[in-house]
Design a protein. Structure first.
Length: 411
């Protein structure tokens, strides 16, 4: 081989090596993809799910990047989802997040399965495998037979019971099953364990019941309230935890609700006076035959002309007035007394009762007399003084006539 031919071959080899090195060192080889999360965790075979991953420029040069999503068993990008993303130029260290929805094949195996994406930088492209965890649908947990006690839930009630049946319709045991309940704002926990129930293992075809006790606050609105039931469990051949979210609705029935919003009193020791109470129906239903009754207490210095007063029908948000005539003992302490009342109303045939407390002021009944009033003893004294004065005036007027009569008799 002559020298000229050898030189030509060496030059050609150097050019090819340079091009190869340029392709290897270019920004394309430094673009990486990594899974962020899935919903649910893990994805379930035969189901749809959300998948999110990030594309990062891990090199030291800026790169123009395009990403294409590729259908690859067991994953298929949903037809209505975007498949191509032009990310523009990514500087070193910059990342871009992509979220898509996929359908998982029904016969997808348990464990890590590759979701594929094509990374294009300039005229070069490569396919990246992104491992995604899949759970075979051998376990199928469903909510069933949701019941409450009482059957009609109402505002301002305690210890309402919600029972939910969990059924395993699959052919594999669900282990360490836990049901967590996310409740609307109107429902309040009675303890730290009120919204979490551990059910243990649920075998294929088996059913277990989770029971929750919750209070409903007084401001709860009537109508449907949505709950989220989150199941956590694991398969017998996997240590990874599976999370499954379900939702259901429960209805809150409106009712009349009562409170005393104002009280006026003119009670005085040793006298009979009136107390006026303003009652409001702040509930969401009309109350008929509304009454208010005082809860008589022997340790209070009051005698009531009538312990119950009729208010009548109160629409939702309407106010009514009740007047009590009260005799206050003469030796009663001058102070504010807390008096308990019971308010009763009727909706349809059901009776609703609320207990309320009002502050009733008692004033000193002797103040009027001390400030200018006239007491009976004083009146008697005045009468005696007037009678005595009249007697002496009459006597003085009659004294000269008696003297003249005596003088005439002496002559």
């Amino acid at each position: 081989m002559n020298t000229k031919k050898i030189t030509t071959i060496l030059a050609f080899t150097i050019i090819l090596s340079t091009l190869a090195l340029g392709q290897t060192a270019g920004p394309n080889s430094n673009i990486e993809a990594q899974l962020i999360n899935t919903d649910p965790v893990p994805l379930q075979s035969g189901e749809q799910g959300d998948l999110r991953f990030k594309v990062t420029n891990e090199g030291d040069a800026e790169a123009s990047v395009e990403v294409q999503l590729i259908d690859n068993y067991p994953f298929q990008v949903k037809e209505d989802r975007q498949r191509s993303y032009d990310l523009g130029s990514l500087v070193p260290g910059q990342e871009y997040q992509i979220s898509t929805e996929v359908v998982v094949a029904g016969d997808a195996p348990d464990g890590a399965n590759d979701f594929r994406a094509r990374i294009i930088t300039g005229d070069l492209n490569r396919t990246i495998n992104i491992p995604v965890e899949v759970q075979s649908q051998d376990i199928e947990l469903n909510l069933a037979n949701i019941q409450t006690q009482p059957s009609q839930l109402m505002p301002d009630t305690d210890n309402n019971q919600i029972s939910i049946d969990i059924v395993n319709n699959g052919d594999k045991t669900a282990e360490n099953v836990v049901l967590n309940l996310n409740t609307p704002a109107s429902f309040e926990e009675t303890s730290s364990l009120s919204i979490r129930k551990a059910l243990g293992n649920i075998n294929p075809g088996e059913m277990k019941t989770a029971t929750f006790n919750l209070d409903i606050n007084e401001s709860a609105s009537s109508g449907l309230n949505e709950f989220e039931a989150i199941l956590e469990y694991s398969a017998d051949d996997s240590t990874s935890e599976i999370t499954q979210s379900n939702s259901f609705e429960l209805n809150i029935e409106g009712k009349p609700q009562f409170r005393i919003i104002d009280s006026e009193s003119d009670l005085r020791t040793g006298s009979t006076n009136e107390v006026r109470l303003t009652v409001e129906n702040y509930g969401q239903e009309t109350s008929s035959s509304t009454r208010i009754r005082v809860m008589d207490s022997s340790d209070q210095p009051f005698t009531y002309d009538s312990s119950s007063q009729y208010i009548g029908t109160l629409e939702a948000g309407q106010e009514g007035e009740a007047v009590f005539t009260i005799e206050t003992e003469a030796d009663a302490d001058v102070k504010d007394y807390l008096v308990d009342f019971e308010i009763r109303g009727v909706k349809d045939t059901e009776v609703f009762v609320e207990d309320e407390t009002a502050s009733i002021e008692v004033q000193n009944g002797q103040e009027e007399n001390e400030d200018g009033g006239v007491t009976l003893p004083l009146i008697g004294l005045i009468v005696v003084l007037i009678g005595t004065g009249l007697y002496f005036i009459k006597k003085r007027r009659s004294s000269p006539e008696e003297e003249e009569t005596e003088e005439s008799s002496e002559e």
